[in-house]
Design a protein around this ligand. Structure first.
Ligand SMILES: Cc1cc2nc3c(=O)[nH]c(=O)nc-3n(C[C@H](O)[C@H](O)[C@H](O)COP(=O)(O)O)c2cc1C
Length: 372
């Protein structure tokens, strides 16, 4: 049996294989509430052959959304809309479903990618952004408001409230967003955190708030359900967060009750030098896994089933997190099964599609290898 299609235990949950759907913003919500687009998108992802699905970065407060069209989990309407989508996903697939909770910090109040991604202008409905320190992301971006300790307290309460909403929806897990230059990533990185109080300065201080929030969520989240975080392996920038920091942070998260981390990176500064290439972030995951022993996901330009299999077989990660390749090919998991000789798994989780199983439809055998 391939490693990719072997089961994985995270907390009390057993995943059927090690393919997971990375959180992907769809910029298609209304006032933070999911729409029919999410039914289509998450429905397609649920039939991808993956075992675990992370719902997109979801703001714990309205100001914590990246764009005005991002999802939120701060109102009853948001909760109801997400519950509807999750109920639908559960009706078509046994996939394990959770949500990535987030706060965009100084990168909030921005335009959708297809509208330029930049900071919103006042006439476009811009709002005040919050950050550890009053340092703009880049020229042309507003100077964020420096959060007071009291304000950090109310944002922490919002994370906990969102976690409780996620529990009521019946989600299987939550993932705390602490990478890509959003609020927690801004606290963690010395490039964006210049505070002189207990929440800035050395690594212990910079980690303090994200860890406090994580502990509060762990306490509020049902004990029998799992919880994790998406973290940065590096800022890809001089003087920034690096792999040693990632190891320490992942270790602290583990002590705080995290069942998994997914190791990504970048996003704190816009002029980072990212050496983009196949599996470019895998070495960071590998170090975190080796040095902390926490269940670790690798992400970033993993597109080929044999590449995914090698990462797992060589012990560099416990699971694979896929984003763009699943948008490109929403049946990737099934095709990967064929490519790795795991024919029994192909198309198996939707009997409506049994007619294209490789057992009864010979072209599947060649097409699967071609397109995965
Ligand atoms: C459309 C799109 C939306 C994304 N939204 C999120 C998000 O909500 N949260 C997050 O942590 N990463 C997000 N990402 C990053 C992915 O989760 C992933 O880390 C990154 O794309 C690298 O993986 P890939 O090479 O498989 O695409 C997004 C990526 C894409 C393509």
């Amino acid at each position: 049996m391939s490693k990719l299609f072997s089961p994985l235990q995270i907390g009390n949950c057993t995943l059927a294989n090690r393919i997971t759907v990375a959180p992907m913003c769809q910029y298609s919500a209304v006032d933070g509430s999911m729409t029919d687009w999410h039914i289509m998108h998450l429905g397609a992802m649920a039939l991808s052959g993956s075992s675990m699905l992370v719902i997109e970065a979801t703001g714990v407060v309205p100001e914590g959304r990246i764009t005005p069209q991002c999802t939120g989990l701060y109102s009853d309407a948001n909760e109801e809309a997400m519950a509807r989508v999750v109920k639908f996903v559960r009706s078509i697939s046994p996939i394990v479903v959770g949500v990535q909770l987030g706060h965009a910090g100084r990168k909030a109040s921005s335009a959708r990618p297809w509208q330029g991604r930049g900071a919103l202008a006042p006439e476009q409905g811009a709002w005040r952004t919050d950050a550890p320190s009053p340092i703009a992301l880049a020229p042309g971006w507003p100077t964020p408001h420096q959060l007071s300790v009291q304000e950090m307290g109310s944002i922490k309460a919002a994370w906990v409230a969102a976690a409780k909403r996620a529990a009521r929806i019946g989600l299987d897990f939550i993932e705390m967003h602490s990478t890509h230059g959003y609020l927690f990533s801004e606290f963690l990185s010395p490039l964006s955190n210049k505070r002189t109080d207990n929440y800035g300065g050395n690594l212990q201080n910079r980690m303090r708030w994200p860890l406090e929030v994580f502990r509060a969520m762990r306490e509020a989240w049902p004990a029998d359900k799992f919880i994790g975080a998406k973290i940065s392996g590096t800022d890809f920038a001089e003087g920034g967060w690096g792999p040693d920091d990632a190891v320490v942070y992942a270790g602290e998260l583990k002590k705080a009750g995290a069942d998994f981390v997914t190791v990504s990176g970048g996003g704190v500064v816009l002029d980072a030098k990212v050496p983009v290439g196949p599996g470019y972030q895998v070495p960071f995951a590998e170090r975190v896994k080796r040095e902390t022993g926490i269940c670790t996901g690798a992400v970033g330009l993993i597109t080929d089933p044999h590449q995914a299999e090698a990462i797992l077989a060589e012990g560099k990660a416990d699971f694979i997190s896929l984003a763009r390749v699943l948008l490109f090919n929403p049946r990737w998991g099934h095709h990967a099964a064929i490519a790795l000789g795991e024919e029994a798994a192909a198309m198996a989780n939707a009997p409506q599609y049994d007619r294209v199983s490789s057992k009864v439809w010979p072209p599947a055998k060649t097409l699967g290898k071609l397109v995965a």
